[in-house]
Design a protein around this ligand. Structure first.
Ligand SMILES: [Zn+2]
Length: 87
């Protein structure tokens, strides 16, 4: 299976011994430490790297009143190709 959601813990590293465990494991397979804290740390790490959708502003503000950037050149008109056949 290739499909993998973007923000999903796929592996949990034991905070005690560093062993990688499946996120479905309750305890470390090596040392038996409860992986709840480790799983939480992994989720926090993902949350820290993934962009929060709430940060995206969907409301344009003052686009009509915004002054044009000074010195911004207008888009040059495309020169007509000489001899180009019209349709
Ligand atoms: Zn461990």
């Amino acid at each position: 299976m290739c499909f993998r959601p973007a923000a999903t813990v796929t592996i949990v590293k034991c905070l005690e011994c560093g062993t990688f465990n499946k996120p479905t494991d309750e305890t470390c397979k090596k040392c038996g430490t409860d992986l709840t804290a480790s799983r939480k740390a992994a989720e926090d790490a993902i949350a820290a790297t993934a962009p929060a959708p709430s940060e995206i502003s969907l409301t344009p503000q003052g686009l009509d009143d915004a002054p044009k950037a000074p010195g911004a050149p207008k888009a040059p008109a495309a020169p007509k190709a000489p001899g180009a056949p019209k349709n």
